[in-house]
Design a protein around this ligand. Structure first.
Ligand code: HPA
Length: 281
C-alpha cells in the first residue's frame, strides 16, 4: 500500500518544525536512518537543536524497540546538512510496509535525495566479526512484503522500479575512502531482510548463506525498495552485532545485540561525518 496523503501531511508538519537551514538546503542534505542501538550517533550531529519527535507528526508510526528514541534530528555532519531519523518501526511489530517506509518517504517529500540507511545485523559470512561495520552491496528481500504493493503512486516512481543497482556505486566509493582515511575496517556484502521477530534457525542461516547473504536483519529492505522507487541515492551500513554460523549457533540476546551495536556505533560516529564530508554535491 502506498499512502501519499499521509506522507504529505507528515512531511508538511516536519518541514514546519525544521530550521530553514535544513529545509532550504534539503537537496544537498543527507537523510540518515539510525537503527537498533545506534541512536547515540545522532548526538554527534552538530547543532542538533532541532529535534522533532515522531509523535508530533500526524499518523507517523512510533518507533517500537526501546533503544530507538523516535525523532527526527536536524543538524550538520561533516559540514553537510543532515536529517537523522532516530528509530524506526518494523513489520514484526505488526506495522504495515507503508508505515515502515514512512520516514524515508517523508524525507524525500521534503526534498532529500541522498540516504544513508543503517541497521544492526547478524553476520552470516564467517570472515566477518561482531562490532564491525558492513557496507551493503545489495539486498535480498525475504520479508514476503513490499512497500509498492497496491496502486502505484506515479508521483513517487515507476510501477516496476529497477533494482539492478540498488546502492549507488559512487557513494559506496566515498564510504570506502572515508573508512580507509580513518582506519576503520569496512566489510562489504549482501544484506538479507527477514520479517522476524524470531531469530534464525541453523537451517535458515545455512540457506541464507547459500543464497549469497553476508548479514541478516529485520529491517532496511523495505525502506531501500521505497527509496529506490523514489529515485534516491543510497548507502547502506550494517553494524554487525553477532555471528550466525549454522554449525555453532549461539543465542544472540537483545542486550548483547545492543551492546555490540554500541561497539560498531562508535565506528559509525567516525565514519558517518567522514562519509558526509566525502559525498559529491
Ligand atoms: N538476526 C536477525 N536480526 C538481527 C540479528 C540476527 O542475528 N542480529 C541483529 N539483528
Amino acid at each position: 500500500m502506498q499512502n501519499p496523503q499521509d506522507v504529505q501531511l507528515a512531511a508538511a508538519a516536519l518541514k514546519a518544525a525544521l530550521p530553514p537551514e535544513l529545509t532550504e538546503n534539503a537537496t544537498e542534505a543527507v537523510g540518515i536512518v539510525l537503527g537498533t542501538g545506534l541512536s547515540g550517533v545522532a548526538e554527534c550531529i552538530a547543532g542538533s537543536g532541532a529535534k522533532v519527535p515522531f509523535a508530533h507528526l500526524p499518523n507517523f508510526p512510533a518507533s517500537g524497540v526501546q533503544s530507538h528514541a523516535g525523532a527526527f534530528i536536524a543538524g550538520r555532519l561533516g559540514g553537510r546538512p543532515v536529517l537523522a531519523q532516530q528509530g524506526r518501526c518494523h513489520l514484526y511489530e505488526g506495522r504495515t510496509p507503508a508505515q515502515v517506509c514512512m520516514g524515508v518517504r517523508v524525507m524525500r517529500a521534503i526534498g532529500i535525495r541522498t540516504l544513508v540507511i543503517t541497521n544492526a545485523a547478524g553476520a552470516l559470512n564467517p570472515l566477518f566479526s561482531s562490532g564491525e561495520v558492513m557496507l551493503m552491496s545489495d539486498i535480498i528481500n525475504h520479508t514476503g512484503a513490499s512497500p509498492l504493493t497496491g496502486d502505484n503512486c506515479d508521483e513517487w516512481g515507476e510501477r516496476f522500479p529497477d533494482m539492478s543497482r540498488v546502492f549507488d556505486g559512487g557513494l559506496a566509493r566515498c564510504a570506502m575512502r572515508a573508512a580507509l582515511a580513518n582506519a576503520i575496517r569496512l566489510f562489504e556484502g549482501v544484506y538479507i531482510g527477514v520479517a522476524g521477530p524470531q531469530m534464525e534457525t541453523p537451517a535458515e542461516t545455512r540457506m541464507y548463506r547459500q543464497w549469497g547473504a553476508d548479514a541478516v536483519g529485520m529491517s532496511t529492505v523495505l525502506e531501500v525498495i521505497a527509496a529506490r522507487h523514489l529515485g534516491m541515492r543510497i548507502i547502506g551500513l550494517s553494524c554487525l552485532t553477532n555471528k550466525n554460523l549454522p554449525d555453532c549457533m549461539a543465542p544472540a540476546p537483545l542486550e548483547e545485540v545492543i551492546r555490540m551495536a554500541g561497539v560498531a556505533a562508535a565506528k559509525l560516529e567516525v565514519l558517518l561525518p567522514a562519509i558526509c564530508a566525502e559525498l559529491p554535491d
